[in-house]
Design a protein around this ligand. Structure first.
Ligand code: WT7
Length: 662
């Protein structure tokens, strides 16, 4: 169902779309943080000087004298001889500047409970938590796993870990016990911080039992975890393992708010965040301190035109993803912003929830994902129209290209026809926004992320690494190191080199296709590797395929991301069952295998459809031709099958699909 704007488009880039532009309104431009376009050429002339100026906006306990060390590519060091405390930059610095009474967090729980934390209060809580973590043995260089709902303690826990110079590894609460354990083991985390549960879709969902299951899994290795700290949120019944498990609210009472922040080197690890790649094993993306904080704070101020004295900022991303790290925790707090954090889902108790939150807190800047906008479009404009959204002045989008129709709806219905929309392209690996309009300068083009941020140098190249002509499609690369870039894959420098640098040598390969139009604006064309984008979340075909073949009844599997009206892409799996197996009737297979994937990886990876087939389309050398499966799954005419070993396979599969979807 769609509203009066018509049907939702199937492809973001229609020919001729470039002609549609929306210049900044003069009133907006006049007040914008960045409204002098010379910033682009000045930063391009000396990007290191640009970033050094930005870095000096932070508080350094030991000022840096070096800017970029690129003597050992691709291992960059930024501001390496400087020292700072990331948490103190997000907290103590603002309190010392007299801003202690400013609200840092307006928390809205899904059941309707609320909490307000000023910068003074948040600082106090983080100091107490840091003292508590110290008593549990956490010191600089350690890793702490965090598996939490969207509540203030999640932010407090991350900042307390950072304050001690340790690194956090936040695992999204939707991941399964297996996924959590794999991440804990890879990082060798000794402490897990979790909660009894969180509220989602009107229910108290459990988290602690998943931690228990994760730690009980037989993996063959010595478990690294010594302690589990449990925040009380839902009062769900939980089993506490004596000697291992502790309640946060009981432990914290012993600690006061005296804690002097120590400075740590700019390249001290800040966090590891796992993301899917083209193999079954997630990559631990390592981010460090000084460069990361510089770029997240700069982009947050420039791209969203943040006025910390007056804006109420809201990013709807879960803290378990990089958007939550960079644009809920570190960017906004480093900038002294006031923000909303909402625990639950947009449809609880009904689809008016987000808009009621915008109205209640007077949200001025809203940052969300195209999939959410499309879901709201489907429900219809009559829902947001019941609320006063007049406080909104900037809108942001992230996770996938925003199709022009969703862009126009977002601007029209949520942005009163006048709010600029910043479509921000970046990745877990880039740490911060890389390509996006600046709302006081850029004439907006729906569907394009448009221009690299000042100080960022992107390129679109052919397979040989040569720049392609304007208007031609190619591969997106980044030519110069940037402050918030991934430093390595945790524990696997070689994989870091192979994944991002081996292809072009001196340019970072992002994995996305792109095209630069006649005006120099960048249009993202989607992933060029076997990575799917479901609701703005990255999933690997290989990871889901290997989860499927781990099932005793499955002989072979092939997974593709098929176009989906709401989620962008959806997971569609094709499986061949083992011929002798007796445990799974083909009729039960779809449900059982969907459930299997959800329990192996997490609910986000649950396939939309699973088709039991007797054969998969393979080349003579045995490579599965996923492109053909994508065609059938999307109901398109199947492409060239001449390279298949058995050209009849696709007809059989198409017939099977027609049965399955009837
Ligand atoms: C991939 C990164 C960055 C936080 C959310 C996802 C796609 C992201 C856009 C955009 C077109 C986008 C790319 C990218 N992507 N933002 N504005 N326009 N594509 O982080 O899980 O690391 O995924 O998301 O394909 O490579 P992630």
């Amino acid at each position: 169902m769609t509203d009066q704007h018509g049907t939702i488009e199937s492809h973001p880039l229609r020919h001729g779309e470039e002609a549609e532009t929306y210049p900044p309104r003069p009133e907006f431009r006049a007040q914008a943080n960045v409204n002098d376009s010379s910033v682009y050429w000045r930063a391009a002339e000396d990007p290191e000087a640009y970033w050094a100026d930005q870095a000096r906006r932070l508080k350094w306990s030991k000022p840096f004298t070096e800017i970029l060390d690129w003597s050992n590519p691709p291992f960059a060091k930024w501001f390496a001889d400087g020292e700072l405390n990331v948490a103190a930059n997000c907290l103590d610095r603002h309190v010392a500047a007299g801003l202690g009474d400013r609200v840092a967090i307006h928390f809205e729980g899904e059941p309707g409970d609320t909490r307000t934390l000023t910068y003074a209060e948040l600082t106090h809580e983080v100091k107490r938590a840091a003292n508590m973590l110290t008593s549990l043995g956490v010191t600089a260089g350690d890793r702490v796993a965090i598996y939490m709902p969207m509540i203030p303690e999640t932010v407090i826990a991350m900042l307390a870990v950072a304050r001690l110079g340790a690194a956090h590894s936040v695992v999204f609460g939707g991941f399964s016990a297996e996924s959590l354990r794999a991440r804990i083991d890879d990082a060798r985390a000794e402490l897990v911080i979790t909660a009894d549960g969180g509220y989602r879709k009107g229910r108290a969902s459990a988290l602690k039992p998943t931690v228990d299951d994760a730690l009980a899994l037989e993996t063959g290795g010595e478990p690294s975890v010594q302690r589990v700290l449990v925040v009380e949120r839902t009062k769900n019944e939980v089993a506490m393992v004596p000697g291992r498990d502790l309640w946060w609210h009981e432990e914290i009472t012993a600690f006061d708010g005296d804690h002097e922040p120590q400075g740590f080197p700019a390249e001290n690890p800040l966090f590891i965040l796992y993301t899917s790649g083209t193999t079954g094993k997630p990559k631990g993306i390592l981010h460090t301190s000084g460069g990361y904080l510089t770029q997240v704070s700069t982009t947050h101020r420039n791209v969203f035109d943040l006025k910390p004295e007056t804006d109420v900022y809201w990013c709807t991303a879960d803290i378990g993803w990089v958007t939550g790290h960079s644009y809920v925790v570190y960017g906004p707090l480093a900038n002294g912003a006031t923000q909303v954090i909402y625990e639950g889902t947009p449809d609880t108790p009904d689809w008016g929830r987000w808009w009621s939150i915008v109205q209640k807190y007077g949200v001025t800047i809203l940052y969300t994902a195209p999939t959410a906008i499309r879901a709201c479009m489907k429900v219809g404009r009559q829902v947001p129209e019941q609320y006063d959204l007049s406080s909104i002045r900037v809108l942001g989008s992230v996770g996938e290209p925003i199709n022009p129709e969703a862009w126009r709806w977002y601007r029209e219905i949520i942005g009163a026809g006048s709010a600029p929309i910043v479509d921000t392209w970046w990745q877990t690996e880039t740490g911060a926004i890389m390509i996006s309009p600046l709302p006081g300068l850029t004439s907006l083009k729906p569907g394009s992320a448009q221009v690299p941020h000042p100080g960022i140098d992107v390129n679109v190249v052919d397979e040989a690494g040569n720049r392609v002509d304007r208007g031609q499609g190619g591969l997106l690369t980044i030519r110069r190191p940037w402050p918030s870039m991934v430093r390595t894959i945790w524990g696997d420098d070689q994989r870091f080199i192979d994944t991002y640098w081996a292809k072009f040598g001196d340019q970072y390969f992002a994995g996305d296709g792109a095209r630069v139009d006649e005006d120099g604006d960048v249009w993202l064309l989607g992933r060029v590797d076997d990575v799917m984008n479901v609701s703005g979340h990255r999933l690997s075909t290989a990871e889901i395929e290997s989860a499927l073949v781990e099932h005793h009844a499955v002989a072979e599997s092939a997974v593709i991301g098929a176009h989906d009206e709401t989620t962008g892409q959806a997971v569609v799996a094709f499986v061949i069952l083992k011929s002798q197996q007796t445990l799974l009737a083909p009729d039960d297979a779809e449900q059982a295998l969907k459930q299997h994937v959800a329990s192996q990886i997490g609910a986000i990876a649950r396939p939309r459809q699973i088709f039991v087939v007797s054969e998969l389309p393979k080349t003579r050398s045995g490579k599965i031709m996923r492109r053909l499966l994508k065609d059938v799954a999307e109901g398109k005419e199947v492409g060239d099958t001449t390279t298949l070993a058995d050209t009849a396979v696709m007809q059989t599969i198409s017939a099977r699909m027609r049965e399955g979807t009837r």
